[in-house]
Design a protein around this ligand. Structure first.
Ligand SMILES: Cc1cc2nc3c(=O)[nH]c(=O)nc-3n(C[C@H](O)[C@H](O)[C@H](O)COP(=O)(O)OP(=O)(O)OC[C@H]3O[C@@H](n4cnc5c(N)ncnc54)[C@H](O)[C@@H]3O)c2cc1C
Length: 376
């Protein structure tokens, strides 16, 4: 792929570089809880006030309306500056709830929520998975009974990242009585402060409480909060998962190259050694993901399943990079608490957003045209 920057692109890149140098926070984002919320909202507000919020979002809702190429340039500078990880409690709002509202929301929903997200005034979480519905999302059982102009929601979600500090949730529920599988679902904006919602944080093996169980007991949500049509939530949910797998992690994908270069600096391997070979493999793989990120972001029209290719490659490479960091540091890793946490949390990369096995099924069946495996 040949990339040529115009004089305007170079001016944009230089302005981004200078702004990040002057404004990026000096500390790493707190792991979880109200401190992580305050940190993320402050950073979003600063980005917005500095003119760097919502670069690719429509101007009507507070965005800049810039093309994807500019977003890539921004993210290149962002990771180069080692600005705060984009995988924090603002991830859902910025990377898939907001884009889903832009694609499927009503004017009122967009006008209410998009500017608030960009200005750092709201945190979102995702309520798709249930104890019996993860990979097989269509078997979800949380219900929303239509009563007048309200939905009365009952059931349980699990693994909802940052639910304990979120203002809103993208909630997928069964609204058509007696419906099965992908039919009769609705994607609803759930205000997390509504009566009847109980949130129970879950601690992960790195010690953080990123995600939570959420229980709904006769929660009353106005029908105006349905996004994309009552009983047609599967279409909206696929739009969300499309963003989640295809473009949500662009900055994180580009950051892999930065991480590998940092590891090379750290290890200073002897040329020709096994470690030098391992690091050069990682450098090549990170370059491949970077190329894939550009291809996916710039390809018009988007192809529906290439998100699974990117998601899978990213997740597995990140795990290999974090493992290499542990091997290079050895016991000294124990004094780098951030690196140990990053390593432990990398295990979740091949589960969140659809497991590696599910991405492989999609690649096999939808991209390579292999026979479909048996479905329940
Ligand atoms: C860090 C993290 C954050 C998350 N955040 C959220 C969130 O914010 N909101 C949310 O709704 N969910 C979230 N999840 C949940 C995530 O989407 C699910 O964990 C994931 O979809 C897998 O579902 P499951 O855990 O029920 O596992 P299961 O679906 O029960 O899978 C168990 C195992 O069986 C395998 N398997 C299942 N079906 C098949 C098949 N057909 N072919 C081959 N293998 C199969 C899986 O690959 C897996 O190894 C998060 C998960 C993690 C780890």
């Amino acid at each position: 792929m040949r990339l040529q920057l115009s004089p305007e692109d170079i001016a944009f890149r230089d302005a981004a570089r200078a702004w990040l140098l002057d404004n990026k926070p000096a500390t790493r984002a707190p792991e979880d809880g109200s401190e992580s919320r305050a940190f993320a909202l402050d950073w979003l507000a600063k980005l917005y006030d500095g003119g760097w919020g919502g670069l690719a979002w429509p101007k009507d809702y507070g965005g800049q309306g810039l093309p994807p190429a500019r977003l890539l340039l921004w993210y290149e500078e962002y990771v180069r500056a080692r600005a705060p990880s984009t995988l924090d409690c603002s991830f859902v709002a910025l990377n898939h709830a907001g884009p889903t509202l832009i694609a499927c929301g009503t004017e009122a929903q967009k006008a209410t929520h998009l500017p608030r997200i960009l200005k750092g005034q709201s945190i979102w979480c995702q309520g798709f998975s249930e104890p019996g519905a993860g990979s097989d999302l269509a078997s979800l059982r949380t219900t929303g009974r239509v009563e007048g102009d309200m939905l009365i929601v009952n059931g349980q979600k699990i693994w909802s990242s940052y639910a304990d500090i979120a203002d809103f949730q993208e909630l997928l529920i069964r609204t058509e009585p007696g419906s099965k599988r992908h039919k009769g679902l609705s994607w609803v904006i759930c205000d997390m402060s509504l009566p009847g919602i109980t949130i129970r944080p879950i601690r992960n093996m790195a010690g953080a409480t990123h995600f939570a169980e959420v229980f709904y007991d006769d929660v009353r949500i106005p029908l105006t909060q349905v996004v994309g049509g009552l009983h047609d939530g599967w279409t909206t949910a696929m739009t969300t998962l499309g963003f989640e797998r295809r473009t949500a992690a662009m900055a994180l994908q580009l950051d892999l190259s930065v991480q590998v270069e940092d590891l090379i600096d750290l290890a200073r391997p002897t040329p020709g050694s096994a470690m030098a070979e391992r690091l050069s493999d990682l450098r090549a793989e990170a370059a491949a993901i970077r190329a894939m990120t550009y291809r996916v972001a710039l390809r018009e029209p988007a192809t529906p399943f290439d998100g699974s290719l990117v998601r899978l490659s990213f997740a597995e490479l990140e795990q290999r990079i974090r493992r290499a960091a542990m091997d290079i540091l050895g016991p000294a890793a124990l004094v780098h608490s951030g690196r140990v946490a990053d390593y432990l949390e990398s295990y979740s990369e091949t589960i969140a957003g659809g497991t590696a096995e599910i991405q492989r099924n999609i690649i096999g069946e939808r991209i390579l045209g292999l026979p479909r495996e048996a479905r329940p």
